[in-house]
Design a protein around this ligand. Structure first.
Ligand code: CU
Ligand code: ZN
Length: 365
């Protein structure tokens, strides 16, 4: 099959023919139909990611069709439409059993090493194993993944839109709906209007927030935020916290969301949360070794800070439900698909992302 291989950090991906072995026990062969290009792919490709490895096949925002199943597979069947999950849900581990976290423990170590759960790879080239990225490797015509990492979705859902639920969009929606559990009638501020921030704006709207302020540097992105339900927009930078306090009677917002990964913005998100009960949810990923500065008085006076990975969503349960809400017309996905490209144009997709041109480039296979 054809796949985009990260040969060397800091170099463009190389699209080439590689081999993919049959799915083993508990594994599933998926034919990819669409795949978004996300910052995490670029982060690893750049070499900055300390846990990154090369060569490997990147990509984690995939949607496709189950082509074949291995032995003992019960969760999906041939022909099912699926969204790939870098954050799996085994349903059995102590974290899956808890309603308080989505960080499934079942395959973490092997996944972090670029292996499938049995410690080997299905990807290879001239007999040499190639590693899987995030357990997904969706910059390829096909992938083999564990069944616990596939969300079975409505087969009517267009897969070019569904793929965005594999990462960024679900992360933002879940941060509002699942992690923060935004209440109807509340005030929310979302810092950052990329895929995650726009998802958080949409999540706040679905939760019935009365006022949703979105903060970003780009007027185009703030316009998109309005389309997702932001009632107010604001240009980021110095003085944002003061402006938010002014807008909220001097108190701050019931909920704030950080979706930029910038630790200075994270601090603003903490300080813009309301005294007494304001909840700041961190969804952005900070650079290696960076720390978040918080004056403890903000916490003593009732603000809380929490983090959200993949929106706190349990993927196999929650992603299909979000796709259903999209199909019911509650989530407007079309404005997020800025560019449609082929697998051969994958490096163009990275360039567009670096230039902040649009929200998502989607590879169509
Ligand atoms: Cu991602
Ligand atoms: Zn689990």
């Amino acid at each position: 099959m054809r796949a985009a291989v990260l040969e060397q950090f800091g170099r463009p991906l190389v699209v080439q023919e590689i081999e993919l072995a049959d799915p083993g026990p508990g594994e599933v062969l998926v034919r990819l139909v669409a795949c978004g290009i996300c910052h995490t792919d670029a982060y690893t490709a750049s070499g900055v990611d300390p846990s990154g490895y090369a060569p490997c096949v990147l990509g984690h925002e995939g949607a496709g069709v189950v082509e074949r199943i291995g032995a003992d597979v019960t969760m999906v069947a041939e022909g099912d439409h699926v969204v790939t999950l870098f954050s799996p849900q085994c349903g059995e581990c102590v974290h899956c059993a808890s309603p308080d976290t989505n960080l499934c423990l079942a395959i973490r170590e092997q996944q972090n090493l670029g292996h499938l759960p049995d410690g080997t790879t299905r990807l290879s080239r001239q007999g040499e194993p190639l590693r899987h990225f995030m357990g997904t490797s969706t910059f390829a015509e096909y992938t083999v993944m564990p069944q616990i990492a596939l969300a079975k979705i409505d087969p009517q859902a267009p897969l070019d839109a569904a793929c965005l639920f594999a990462c960024g969009l679900s992360t933002g929606l879940g941060a509002a709906l699942r992690t923060a559990k935004v209440r109807a009638g509340s005030t929310a501020v979302v810092f950052g209007a990329g895929m995650v921030g726009l998802g958080a704006v949409a999540g706040c709207r679905l939760a019935g927030a009365e006022r949703i302020v979105c903060v970003d540097l780009s007027p185009q992105r703030l316009e998109l935020a309005r389309g997702q339900g932001a009632t107010d927009t604001m240009t980021g930078g110095e003085g944002v916290v003061e402006k938010i306090l002014e807008m909220t009677g001097g108190f701050g917002a019931d909920y704030t969301f950080e979706a930029t990964g910038n630790v200075k913005v994270m601090r603003q998100a903490v300080e813009a949360a309301r005294m007494g009960w304001g909840l700041c949810t961190i969804a952005g990923v900070a650079g290696r070794g960076e720390t978040l500065e918080v004056v403890p008085r903000y916490l003593i006076t009732g603000r809380r800070v929490c983090g959200s990975s993949f929106g706190g969503l349990k993927g196999r349960d929650d992603v299909p439900a979000l796709v259903d809400r999209f199909m019911a017309g509650e989530i407007d996905v079309a404005p997020f698909i800025s560019h449609r490209i082929t697998l051969d144009q994958v490096n163009r997709g990275f360039e567009l992302m670096e230039a902040h041109d649009g929200i998502r480039s989607v590879i169509e296979f």
